[in-house]
Ligand binder design. Structure first.
Ligand SMILES: Nc1nc2c(ncn2[C@@H]2O[C@H](COP(=O)(O)OP(=O)(O)OP(=O)(O)O)[C@@H](O)[C@H]2O)c(=O)[nH]1
Length: 266
């Protein structure tokens, strides 16, 4: 081909006919690293980097979806990938990909400034969060936050002459809500359900404080999910939730685990 020859026509394999008669429920792009903006209770906005999954359904007669269009949509929203734009992004995905349902999952680290309990020393704590949106006939949104806490075993405390095994635990909460909920408020509420919150920065006075607080406040993994359930059942904005707790046991090589799900709309 000479340098000035017209480009060959490129066949569009994706739109060609598939004869297997099998529709696909989710197809798209996964694990895109992308900058996003999250509303911050104290600083208005927080910039962070997310891992994003974008999927649509595909009717049986098409061979493939158009993967490039997902990224084009992300590029349109660029700096404005935020909670407020979840539904418009999903709408664009449906329209541009001719789909009847679209799914957008955004996983990101969110940072909250905390004060150590005795010294008041400030530090930033990272919380793993998720925004999960689906648009079919209706828009559905689920907020997810993972809150690390300390748990101290009530059984070990009861049986042992001194000490009690204790460990870091992850409480993972997913929720649907009718009125906006700040991630900061959710973290504060859920942290109270462990034996003690955890911090990035503790001075000696703080270390004594959290050690004694955990000892005075022993919790099984079951206690944790039950206490979270009581709090979220009483929260007027929450309409549905699931809570999981995983204690990374310090006396075992495995974790202790518990989960509860409640739909308050039923
Ligand atoms: N559907 C599909 N596409 C894939 C896959 N792996 C890579 N791709 C690539 O995705 C790229 C973009 O495809 P399209 O989005 O259809 O690109 P396009 O036809 O130039 O864009 P439009 O005109 O918007 O349809 C192509 O290079 C495909 O080869 C796959 O497993 N499935």
């Amino acid at each position: 081909m000479t340098k000035n020859a017209p480009p060959p026509s490129l066949s569009d394999v994706q739109t060609s006919l598939d004869t297997r008669k099998i529709p696909i429920s989710k197809v798209g792009v996964k694990d895109i690293s992308y900058p996003i903006m999250v509303m911050d209770k104290n600083r208005k906005f927080q910039h962070t980097v997310a891992r994003i999954n974008m999927f649509v359904d595909l009717p049986h007669h098409f061979k493939g979806t158009h993967m490039s269009r997902f990224i084009e949509i992300l590029n349109i929203y660029r700096e404005k990938i935020a909670l407020d734009n979840m539904e418009p992004i999903l709408q664009q995905m449906k329209e541009r990909l001719g789909a009847s349902s679209a799914h957008l999952a955004i996983e990101f680290p969110y940072f909250i400034e905390k004060r150590a309990p005795a010294s008041g020393a400030r530090s930033l704590m990272e919380y793993a969060c998720t925004f999960t949106g689906t648009l079919g006939a209706e828009f559905d949104f689920v907020l997810g936050v993972q809150i690390p806490v300390t748990s101290l075993c009530p059984c070990s405390k009861e049986l042992s002459r001194y000490g009690a095994h204790n460990q870091r635990s992850h409480i993972t909460v997913q929720l649907r809500y009718r009125d906006f909920i700040w991630i900061e408020d959710l973290v504060e509420l859920i942290e109270e359900c462990g034996s003690s919150p955890v911090y990035s920065l503790l001075k000696r006075v703080d270390e004594k404080f959290v050690t004694e607080r955990a000892y005075e406040n022993p919790k099984f993994v079951e206690d944790i999910v039950r206490e979270v359930t009581l709090k979220l059942m009483a929260h007027p904005a929450v309409t549905w939730f699931s809570v999981e707790a995983e204690n990374f046991e310090s006396i075992h090589k495995h974790s202790a685990y518990a989960a509860i799900e409640r739909d308050k709309r039923e």
